[in-house]
Design a protein. Structure first.
Lengths: 225, 225
């Protein structure tokens, strides 16, 4: 089985991405990040999801709080009750500077040492919050850079960055995950959860997720406050 | 004064790069990395060099030891006494997987939050150890990716990655640094130093450095074992 590194936050999109990578026949290493996020409860979800699939999981510890500037890592309120129609039109304060670049850089290092040529991440550029590092042109540019960055690359390995959800709606993502048997009750998407975990139901991540389940006529199995 | 983020390891090349960035009129933030390197003594040098120039210095703490695979972060001997002529022909075990990609990813994040458009790093592709992430094509690909990665980029900021030493010989680097008043006695280039700090005089980094000073007919002010 070919190896792959899968970025696993513990949310809905990354859990679906892990299921897709496994269905495609990859032996997966799940990589999670403890970066000072206010929703660190997602890390328990990441470990639970990886455990469910019996895949190795590593948590990389970095601290993005000292950077500041984001509602996910600093004392800035997470926006609530934003209209779905407005999302993606401007980049909200939940943006974390260069986060996916940092995450993918570590994924590349892990891919190189573990003999993986494939890296999966669950970014989505359709029903999303407008983050620049979720766009297809960004992913393509990272892949190009990655193929010049490593010893493995010099030796002929070609890395591929897979973003299987990038052109899917949130509704399509949930439908695909349910087809693959993803247990969304184990996942935490909320930016502002409380122990339980209980999701807030009002941040962008919750609203996008709830609308996806509603659109399918399904109940989201996550617990909400 | 325009702001710049400068990767500062504490070695000869990065100290010279900081001097060049300052001479070009940049207000510099020096970024160093504690990544589990065996030559962590270089971090004291980084702080000393930054202090000498009165520039703000941040140390990012990450742990690349769990990745393994490098003589700089794992229990693998640092190669000694390699002929200078052979360097750059194959990538030695001192290669750290995706290290410059990880460092530049953090530099990009710091540049974005601090309002810098310029990032400097002291890579060199002439008298070097053959690391893939020191080549001009890699630097260009990183810059291209960086300009798609951030909120600042979406808002019109254009980031430039400067590698002023990339086409210089080690001798030219030292000559330029001496011109700019760099105190190389404060820097630690050695991959395998002992407290003092005392450099080994036999690893690639020491041999390249010693040959540069010798080529100029100067004495390297660093202390050797």
């Amino acid at each position: 089985m070919p190896k792959a590194v899968v970025l696993l936050s513990g949310g809905m999109d990354s859990a679906t991405t892990l299921a897709i990578a496994r269905e495609q026949g990859f032996d997966c290493l799940a990589l999670s990040f403890s970066y000072g996020q206010r929703h660190a409860l997602e890390l328990d979800a990441a470990r639970a999801v990886a455990g469910r699939y019996g895949v190795r999981q590593e948590t990389v510890i970095i601290d993005l709080r000292s950077l500041g500037g984001s509602a996910l890592t600093a004392d800035i309120p997470v926006p609530k009750d934003r209209p779905l129609a407005g999302m993606g039109k401007e980049i909200p304060v939940t943006y974390v500077p260069a986060r996916n670049t940092i995450f993918l850089a570590f994924a590349l290092a892990w891919a190189e040492v573990s003999g993986a040529r494939d890296i999966f991440l669950g970014v989505n550029a359709l029903d999303y919050s407008g983050y620049p590092d979720c766009r297809p042109e960004y992913i393509a540019a990272f892949e190009r850079m990655a193929n010049l960055a490593t010893k493995a690359g010099v030796e002929g390995v070609r890395f591929t960055i897979h973003a299987p959800l990038i052109a899917m709606t949130k509704k399509e993502i949930v439908a695909r995950g349910l087809e693959l048997g993803v247990d969304y009750g184990m996942t935490v998407s909320c930016y502002d959860p409380v122990p339980g975990p209980l999701a807030c139901g009002r941040c962008d991540a919750c609203l996008l997720r709830l609308s996806a389940f509603a659109g399918l006529g399904k109940k989201d199995p996550a617990a909400y406050r």
